[in-house]
Design a binder for this molecule. Structure first.
Ligand SMILES: Nc1nc2c(c(=O)[nH]1)N[C@H]1C(S)=C(S)[C@@H](COP(=O)(O)OP(=O)(O)OC[C@H]3O[C@@H](n4cnc5c(=O)[nH]c(N)nc54)[C@H](O)[C@@H]3O)O[C@H]1N2
Ligand SMILES: Nc1nc2c(c(=O)[nH]1)N[C@H]1C(S)=C(S)[C@@H](COP(=O)(O)OP(=O)(O)OC[C@H]3O[C@@H](n4cnc5c(=O)[nH]c(N)nc54)[C@H](O)[C@@H]3O)O[C@H]1N2
Ligand SMILES: [Mo]
Length: 737
């Protein structure tokens, strides 16, 4: 422990830490340690309470996570069937030897592409699977995933429109808005940056009108919204097109802005007026699709177009659907029509909401190494053609299908072995019953985690990983800053746990690679700061940064996406081919595919309400992120579970005819799977829609029913034409038997 620990209570030290989980925020924590054991975890003590970055209930419960009785402490080998929980303790030597022997065997028999590798779980700089991916590249290479399961729809929308992903504003900018529309955005639950809720609270106190558009009356809606407009999932682009229609008909669009900064608005105008396809996108037209009364659509359009500046907050979740990117593309079009881009109090839309400072997209880490298994073939740089992007990689929501069907089905490889270095695919990807077959079909599997997750249960060798409190690292604010964090090691690793970095090094050592790791932990972390422009600009004194655990970046003005592009367009073109914001994208037009229209459009898609499958499975299933977990992490932490037991949201209109009463255990099913879960009968969800939070472990019983309510036994393992994982496009039925 190199940082000078501070003493507040006799015999007790505290360490300045943060988590590194994929949790929606990044909170300073004070981890109190007595005799090598964590006794308490407290939040930020920054003197200026307005600038405090306060941890949510999850951060406050980390002690039960770190010391959970189910923590893995030793390497293990599987002694039962894949998927069962039967394992035996082995030594690190035996574990690593088994891995090397089997991977070598598979590589020699089937080639390097037959090894699948994926990582995740730790949003830090050093203790990630960086060293392991480097060692695997030296070993010969591997096949991996393409696409961000969180935000690929949003990424597609912003890259085609703006050519850039930095589309967020500093959270304090919410106070500059005269109207806030939360369109599928629920930050009370998903956090959206640790400084978000304080600023939203201030916006509310300031009297700024706040409107929620969501199929669910969310926690954010309940606390902050003046009005909830429920909407049928997957139809946002229709309602947005109708708002655009109203704005155009009243000539309320900011034509000067559109002419100066954008291209192709006329093509979108032809779409909303129906001059191109004969269907005018009126509020009446949209109302039949999205379920929102026509008058309400018209009034909102007028309010939005005449209130300046107005902040339209779209997000990533609604875009995780079979035509998801159109929601973000349409939101981008609306915010441009009203001239709200690049301006304080406005928004660029696009669902990513990141700002550059401390943003997870800007990483520091061990320099990577080219993966030889991906060599050759066409360059995919800059292309929006998803098929091209998938030439060498497997779509992130298609991993199981690729394992089962391989090159015969057009995938880049036939997978025979897999290494899961973090991430929990057997809970967090669509269609887990297919996953069960896929993982059972492999020759060899291994992985590392803090827990015996469902994914680890399918591994032949399982390695135990240290938690964030057991290592020093730079951690990344999610999704925005403006601050940088350092998580200090507070305790020694539990049992024989190692970090991913150490595991990568050990694997390289076993392979006989000499001088693989050039630096110690402390040297690496110092180097990351020296070599990364973002850190280097702000961190002048490493030791001070380490001791304080956080560096708050003083900003002259709040960060506003594209401010300089709008204020000084001559010198700051957008990074699109035209140098302007592309409401019409020629790159998309060139693809000549009706499913990737060059302007935003409402298009029906599989497993929305137009699908004939509705007759068999008449309910749309949403699976938002859980308030009491970070995906599948913080599973079984009693303090958290107690605050919100796992349950399915269902409207009384759907519950009554099915004989479902509040608290009843019900079955939810479709052709992909079946789960059991208690029902929460509530008017907080639109009729025809149910909701189950993602992230409870996949625990099928002997009949294949997941009695732990893991929603991904039901979801699709497909993706949209723009690459969004289609997890929210899912039709089901519910019954009591
Ligand atoms: N139905 C449905 N499914 C979804 C979503 C949805 O909205 N609906 N959302 C999707 C989204 S946005 C995401 S980001 C994904 C998340 O999907 P994953 O990243 O696969 O899920 P996590 O539960 O975050 O898994 C992280 C795992 O890493 C482990 N871990 C933590 N720290 C470390 C470490 O330092 N090293 C290692 N080796 N392991 C570590 C944790 O114990 C945990 O098991 O889920 C997706 N799945
Ligand atoms: N507590 C907690 N916070 C988290 C996470 C976590 O696991 N737990 N995960 C983090 C991660 S990795 C990510 S990517 C983000 C995810 O953030 P998001 O992806 O935005 O969150 P989701 O929970 O998927 O959904 C947001 C809202 O969209 C609504 N919604 C769903 N479908 C539609 C639709 O068709 N139209 C409209 N208008 N609304 C719809 C849902 O009801 C929900 O309220 O959250 C982060 N924050
Ligand atoms: Mo995510």
């Amino acid at each position: 422990m190199s940082v000078e620990a501070q003493t507040v209570i006799e015999g007790e030290k505290f360490f300045r830490c943060t988590s590194s989980l994929d949790c929606g925020g990044r909170c300073p924590l004070r981890v109190h340690v007595n005799d090598g054991v964590i006794t308490r975890i407290e939040g930020d003590d920054y003197a200026d309470s307005d600038g405090q970055l306060r941890a949510c209930l999850r951060g406050r419960a980390y002690r039960q996570f770190i010391y959970h009785k189910d923590r893995l402490k030793f390497p293990m080998k599987r002694v039962g069937e894949r998927g069962e929980k039967k394992f035996e303790r082995i030594s690190w030597d035996e574990a690593m030897d088994t891995i090397v022997t089997n991977l070598t065997r598979v590589k020699e028999k089937y080639g390097e592409k037959s090894l699948f590798f994926t990582s995740g779980g730790h949003l830090g700089a050093l203790h990630t699977a960086g060293s392991l991916s480097k060692a695997l590249a030296m070993f010969g290479g591997y096949t991996t995933l393409y696409g961000n399961i969180s935000s690929e729809g949003a990424v597609y929308a912003v890259m085609s429109s703006y050519g850039d992903v930095m589309v967020g504003h500093g959270r304090e900018d919410l106070l500059n808005a005269k109207l806030i529309i939360m369109w599928g955005w629920d930050p009370v639950r998903m956090i959206s940056g640790t400084d978000c809720i304080l600023n939203l609270t201030k916006a509310k106190e300031k009297g700024i009108p706040i409107i929620l558009i969501d199929p669910r009356y969310t926690h954010t809606g309940a606390v902050f919204a003046d009005e909830w407009i429920p909407i049928i999932p997957g139809t946002d682009a229709a309602m947005m097109a109708a708002m655009a229609n109203v704005i155009v008909k009243k000539n309320l669009q900011d034509q000067t802005f559109l002419d100066k900064y954008t291209v192709g608005f006329d093509v979108f105008k032809d779409y909303v007026l129906g001059t191109d396809d004969g269907i005018e996108k009126t509020p009446e037209w949209a109302s039949k699709i999205c379920g929102v009364p026509a008058q309400r659509i018209e009034d909102l359009a007028l309010q939005y177009a005449t209130t300046k500046p107005a902040c339209l907050m779209d997000c990533q979740g609604p875009a995780r659907a079979s035509m998801g990117e159109q929601y973000n593309r349409a939101a981008i079009t609306l915010t441009n029509m009203t001239g709200n881009v690049g301006k304080p109090g406005g928004s660029a839309c696009g669902g990513l909401m990141g700002i550059p400072y401390g943003h997870m997209f800007r990483s520091a880490g061990i320099p990577g190494m080219r993966n030889p298994a991906e060599a050759g073939g066409p360059s995919i740089r800059g292309t929006l053609d998803l098929n091209l992007r998938l030439v060498r990689r497997i779509h992130t929501n298609r991993v199981f299908d690729a394992m089962l069907h391989g090159t015969a089905a057009g995938y880049p490889a036939d997978i025979h072995a897999a290494w899961f270095a973090g991430g929990n695919v057997m809970t967090q990807r669509g269609n887990l019953n297919k996953g069960d077959k896929a993982l059972k079909s492999l020759d060899f599997t291994c992985g590392q985690d803090l827990f015996l997750t469902p994914t680890m249960r399918y591994c032949d060798i399982v390695l135990p990983v240290s938690s964030f409190a057991e290592k020093n690292d730079l951690t990344r604010p999610w999704p925005s800053g403006p601050y940088l964090t350092y998580a200090n090691k507070a305790i020694e690793p539990l049992g024989e746990c190692k970090t991913d970095w150490q595991i990568g090094n050990l694997f390289a050592e076993k392979l006989g690679i000499n001088d693989f790791d050039e630096h110690t932990e402390d040297e690496w972390l110092r180097l990351f700061i020296e070599n990364n422009p973002e850190y280097k600009e702000h961190i002048k004194d490493y030791d001070k940064f380490k001791a304080e655990g956080i560096h708050r970046i003083k900003m002259d003005d709040t960060y506003v996406a594209f401010r300089k592009e709008i204020e000084d367009p001559e010198n700051n073109p957008f990074k699109t081919p035209s140098g302007k914001i592309e409401l019409f994208s020629q790159r998309l037009a060139d693809l000549d595919d009706p499913k990737v229209p060059p302007v935003a459009k409402y298009i029906t898609s599989p497993e929305d309400r137009n699908d004939p499958l509705m007759e068999k499975y008449p309910l749309q299933l949403l699976s938002p992120h859980p308030r009491v977990r970070a995906h599948s992490m913080l599973q079984n932490v009693a303090w958290l579970e107690e605050t919100e037991p796992h349950a399915m949201w269902i409207n009384p209109v759907d519950a009554e005819p099915r004989g479902i009463k509040d608290g009843d255990e019900v079955y939810v099913f479709n052709d992909r799977g079946k789960l059991a879960i208690p029902a929460w009968v509530t008017r907080r969800i639109l009729p025809g829609v149910i909701s189950i939070y993602e992230g409870t472990y996949f625990e099928p019983d002997e009949e294949g029913i997941c009695r732990n309510g893991c929603v991904n036994v039901l979801t699709n393992d497909t993706y949209s034409p723009g690459g969004a994982a289609a997890l929210k496009s899912c039709l089901v039925e519910v019954s009591t038997t």
